[in-house]
Design a protein around this ligand. Structure first.
Ligand SMILES: NC(=O)c1ccc[n+]([C@@H]2O[C@H](COP(=O)([O-])OP(=O)(O)OC[C@H]3O[C@@H](n4cnc5c(N)ncnc54)[C@H](O)[C@@H]3O)[C@@H](O)[C@H]2O)c1
Length: 284
């Protein structure tokens, strides 16, 4: 019996990169996998059904169970179609991994509205549409043991030059993870996120990462963390974000300083008092 025997797992963006590694790992662990991928370029341009189809063929050739879906997570009908396909074929869903993503990097002053919208659409709106469709399905199913694993990024959690659209989407996914972890607890569903760093086509132009090589920084290092978070082995883990840089794992947490309850002498703060007291209310 594998860790996911009898479980139905949806992995978005699983025709390439990290999602592909997730789909293979879930299938190997016994899951029925719903492979979703539009098969576009790194910047989201174009479509090719072969990305998802090839993944399904690979899983089946290895003795696993999978179906392919080719619709976009950023499209209401597309997201609903992914859930419908899963329910139609496997009669239930257990796990959702929101992984699909694109990149359209540009410095803020040069970024077009289309570059902003497309990246926010795939990452943030896509994670919302898929999470909502999944939550509605498990609400009907009842029971528990459900999990969502979202994909955020160091860029959204700490910032990175040239990625206003991507970082805003990934920071939004952090907020979505926190809210869903609170709201879906009563449906028996945990919601966590991973912030990976891996060698894929998304990072193919980052020389520092390329130097490290596929063995040290391949997507195969990311999937065990996704499987752990999706499984009952993490039954007490909810609303948390784990960094995975190759074999290194760690946790991110939002910090809050102890602060000062009121300005010296009471009343309202003045800008001058705030400037003077910064070391006493800020994080050290
Ligand atoms: N590679 C890294 O170091 C890194 C770092 C931080 C975060 N991430 C995140 O990990 C996830 C996977 O990235 P990757 O590096 O494997 O990239 P990738 O480009 O190799 O794979 C992304 C996949 O998503 C698919 N996709 C894009 N838009 C889609 C849509 N609208 N609907 C369905 N599928 C769609 C693509 O076709 C592609 O197969 C992304 O969310 C990315 O932002 C990656």
């Amino acid at each position: 019996m594998g860790l996911f025997s009898g479980k139905v797992v949806i992995v978005t963006g699983s025709g390439n990169g990290i999602g592909r590694a997730h789909a293979l790992a879930f299938a190997k662990a016994g899951a029925c996998v719903v492979v979703n991928d539009v098969g576009g370029a790194r910047d989201g341009a174009g479509k090719d059904q072969r990305a998802a189809d090839a993944m399904v063929d690979e899983i089946k050739a290895a003795g696993g169970e999978a179906i392919a879906t080719h619709t976009s997570v950023s499209d209401l009908d597309g997201a609903d179609m992914i859930l419908w396909s899963a329910l139609n074929r496997f009669r239930k869903v257990d796990v959702l991994v929101n992984n699909a993503g694109i990149l359209r990097d540009r410095a803020l002053t040069n970024m077009s509205t289309a570059e902003w919208d497309s990246v926010i659409d795939v990452h943030l709106k896509g994670s919302f549409l898929m999470s909502r469709a999944f939550a509605r399905a498990i609400k009907t199913q009842g029971g528990g043991g459900y999990a969502i694993v979202n994909t955020t990024s160091v860029s959204g959690l700490r910032g990175n030059f040239g990625q206003a659209n991507y970082a805003a989407a990934k920071a939004g996914i952090y907020g979505l993870t926190r809210v869903c972890s609170i709201e879906l607890e009563k449906l028996g569903c945990r919601v966590n996120a991973i912030a990976p760093v891996a060698l894929t086509r998304m990072t193919e132009d980052v020389p520092r990462l390329q130097q490290m090589g596929i063995e040290q920084l391949g997507p195969q290092h990311i999937s065990p963390v996704a499987l752990w978070l999706a499984s009952d082995l993490a039954k007490d883990v909810n609303g948390r974000v784990f960094g995975v840089h190759g074999p290194k794992v760690f946790e991110y947490r939002m910090s809050q300083s102890e602060g000062l309850d009121a300005p010296p002498g009471g009343g309202e703060w003045t800008p001058e008092q705030l400037a003077a007291e910064l070391p006493r209310f800020a994080l050290t």
